[in-house]
Design a protein around this ligand. Structure first.
Ligand code: ZN
Length: 247
């Protein structure tokens, strides 16, 4: 991302010092409470609708990116941004019940869920920095967030190509890339993260004692979420992402 643009984006908010070569500001890392990192006490969110509520600096960068995309005929539309702990818990538990009802063991059910969905408290959407994007200028298919719509003759193919060419200029990076060696969550061509804020948030998040936090919550399927399960989950699902979002 362009340094001048970065400074413009952050100028009115954070006491940030951008080091050369860094996509993020070191100072951000001091700031986050555990409750904020797990989606229980969000702050600095903006947005007029439930679906498009996001972190302030992310919203500012998105707006600039949308304006440029529009000139190229792409209407970047957000279908998911900030998501609370309670909402993620509801998503997780609904899937758990559904997969159990289909005959899966609790372990199988949880493993199926984490192909695409996170454990409550561990979603990058809790930070307000991560967005699921579609093209609002085309007729949307019934279920929008599916890879096939973003490739080949899919309706969001032009959006994906535009984002892959331009999003980094605004600080947005695809999280779950299609790199063949990547583990963890399946490839999500729609999911972008605002690196200047999400990189320090991830660093702060990784210092949390997830086992202690999750054991306090009464989550369906908790028996599967052991210390060793979480160690693997951290390695594959939380950290095996686009390396540009790690530092
Ligand atoms: Zn997403």
């Amino acid at each position: 991302m362009d340094r001048a643009l970065f400074l413009k984006l952050i100028s009115s908010s954070a006491p940030a010092l951008l080091l050369p070569g860094k996509l993020w500001a070191e100072d951000y890392i001091q700031d986050y409470t555990p409750q904020e990192l797990i989606g229980k006490a969000p702050r600095d969110l903006v947005g007029s609708t439930y679906l498009t509520t996001m972190q302030r600096d992310t919203a500012r960068a998105l707006k600039l990116m949308q304006e440029t995309a529009k000139k190229d005929g792409i209407e970047i539309k957000v279908v998911s941004a900030f998501r609370s702990f309670d909402r993620q818990k509801e998503i997780f538990e609904n899937k758990f019940k559904r997969f159990k009802a289909q005959g899966n063991t609790p372990e199988q059910a949880v493993n199926r869920i984490i192909e695409y969905s996170t454990l409550p408290g561990t979603s990058r959407h809790h930070w307000g920095t991560d967005l699921d994007l579609i093209d609002g200028g085309v007729t949307a298919p019934e279920s929008v967030l599916e890879s096939r719509h973003y490739y080949g003759s899919g309706v969001f193919c032009a959006l994906r190509e535009w984002l892959e060419a331009n999003a980094a200029h605004y600080g947005f990076y695809q999280v779950y890339t299609n790199h063949p060696d990547r583990k963890g969550f399946a490839h999500e061509p729609w999911h972008y993260s605002y690196a200047p804020v999400s990189i320090p948030m991830l660093k702060a998040f990784m210092k949390l004692d997830l086992e202690a936090i999750l054991s306090e919550e009464k989550i369906l399927g908790a028996s599967v979420i052991s210390g060793s399960f979480l160690a693997e989950y951290r390695k594959k699902h939380l950290l095996d992402i686009n390396p540009l979002l790690l530092d």
